[in-house]
Structures are given as structure tokens and as C-alpha cells.
Unconditional design. Structure first.
Length: 261
């Protein structure tokens, strides 16, 4: 699943990390990260000079400065920050696809006609007997049975059902994802509208569902919380806006508020 063709770029964070670059190095670096985001995968070393549109001689000089932003693995340049953001994008897209399928299935089930209720056997018409005396005997017998029944006691009424207690909010974080005190403080400062434990549990379900092979889960956890905070801000700013997921509503997931490494 490729990333979206656009991404968020926080200029202040970008400039803070790249103030030492020359104009030529700035252009080469932007071309590399744009290509990385659009293709959604690391860049082969053999294509670096071609992507930056530099000659081999000029690329040799520029490569020394840009190498600090990437890690070379298996003859490819890997940008760890973009890798984390791509994972967050893919997770959000998968959630929206699943939500759309669930909504379509719910509408399909609601549109199905309900089966007709079985007719009560007592609704069958009863033929009136020709012998009027036998009918009178039956009525007298029913009246006698009603008289013999004991009176209902007020205590015999069914008790009022006790309402079920509300489910308590979870107060423990899932294991083994231990959120440190520093991470809690960060969440209180950067994601004030997000419930720490409930949102962490959602993140853990996503992490486990995607294999959870990487060891740097706290970084993805922070990206997850920034996305949840931005969603909460949009809901508070636009209370009349529909909360149904949309593939076009993707303004905060693509690029988290962290410096580009």
C-alpha cells in the first residue's frame, strides 16, 4: 500500500535540522525525501544521484552532508523517521477501510426484510356450537375456576430489575508496553484531549496486529497520540461535522510534529 502523494512538512522543524546545508544540498535532500514518501520504500544507492538530478562529481560532494539523515542498509538509504510515518499512514488507511466495510455490512443487514411472526394458534376462528346449553356450561365452568384462584398479593409483583453497573474505565496499561513517566508527561503536554490508557490500548492492538517487529515502539506511540489529538481538535472545532471516516480526510496523519532526522 503506497503512501498518499502529499505529506505535511513543518518548516520550523525542518530548518532547525538543516540550517547547515547549502542551497544545493537543501534541494537534493528535499528531492530524496519526496521520492521516499511517494514510493513508500527506501532508495537504492544506485538511484541517489539520478533522483537529486546531480552529476556524479557533484553528488560525491553532496553525499557527505546528506548521509547523516539516512542509514544505509542492504545497499539502500533508509530514513527512519519517514518509515515510522508511513507505518502510521498505512494503519490509519487500514482502519478506515475496515470501518467502511463494517458500515456497509450494517446497512446491508438493516435493509433485509424481517421474517413474519408466526401466527398464534388462538387466532384461529372457533366455530359456534349449535347447542346453546353446552356453551353456557363452559362459561359457568370458567367463571368458577376464576373464583377459585387465590388473590394476587402485592408482594407477588415482579421486582424492578436492578440496573447493571457501568463498566469502569481501565486504569492499567497493557503489558508489556510500559509507558514511562516521561512519556506520560509528554502525552499530558502534547495530547491533552486524549485518554492515555484507552488510546494506548488502541495503539497496542494496532501494533500487535501489524507484527510489532520493531523495537522503537515509543516513537510510533507518540505519532499515534499526535494523530488522536489532532482528530479531537477537529471534532471540537467543527461539532456539526460528520465523524464517518473518509479517504479524503487525511490532514494530520501523514507527518507528525517531530523534527525530520
Amino acid at each position: 500500500m503506497a503512501a498518499l502523494p502529499y505529506m505535511q512538512l513543518y518548516v520550523a522543524d525542518y530548518l532547525a535540522d538543516t540550517m547547515h546545508l547549502t542551497t544545493e544540498e537543501h534541494g537534493a535532500y528535499l528531492l530524496l525525501i519526496f521520492n521516499y514518501w511517494q514510493t513508500g520504500k527506501p532508495i537504492p544507492v544506485s538511484r541517489l544521484a539520478r533522483i537529486t538530478r546531480l552529476s556524479n562529481e557533484r553528488w560525491t560532494d553532496v553525499e557527505r552532508s546528506l548521509g547523516e539523515f539516512f542509514n544505509e542498509r542492504d545497499n539502500e538509504w533508509v530514513h527512519d523517521r519517514i518509515e515510522r510515518d508511513l507505518e502510521a499512514v498505512h494503519a490509519t488507511q487500514a482502519q478506515r477501510i475496515a470501518a467502511g466495510k463494517a458500515s456497509a455490512e450494517a446497512r446491508k443487514q438493516a435493509a433485509k426484510p424481517r421474517p413474519a411472526k408466526a401466527r398464534n394458534a388462538r387466532s384461529t376462528p372457533v366455530e359456534i356450537p349449535l347447542n346453546e346449553n353446552s356453551t353456557n356450561k363452559e362459561e359457568k365452568r370458567r367463571d368458577t375456576e376464576e373464583d377459585l384462584k387465590p388473590p394476587l398479593s402485592p408482594l407477588a409483583e415482579s421486582p424492578t430489575p436492578t440496573p447493571e453497573p457501568k463498566a469502569k474505565r481501565k486504569t492499567r496499561l497493557p503489558e508489556p508496553f510500559n509507558v514511562s513517566g516521561e512519556m506520560r508527561k509528554w502525552a499530558l503536554e502534547r495530547a491533552t484531549a486524549v485518554h492515555l490508557i484507552n488510546e494506548t490500548e488502541k495503539f497496542v492492538n494496532y501494533w500487535r496486529g501489524n507484527g510489532g517487529t520493531k523495537a522503537d515502539w515509543p516513537a510510533t506511540w507518540r505519532t499515534w497520540f499526535l494523530k488522536a489529538q489532532e482528530d479531537a481538535n477537529r471534532r471540537m472545532a467543527s461539532p456539526q461535522r460528520s465523524t464517518a471516516p473518509s479517504s479524503l480526510d487525511f490532514n494530520s496523519t501523514d507527518w507528525a510534529r517531530e523534527p525530520i532526522l
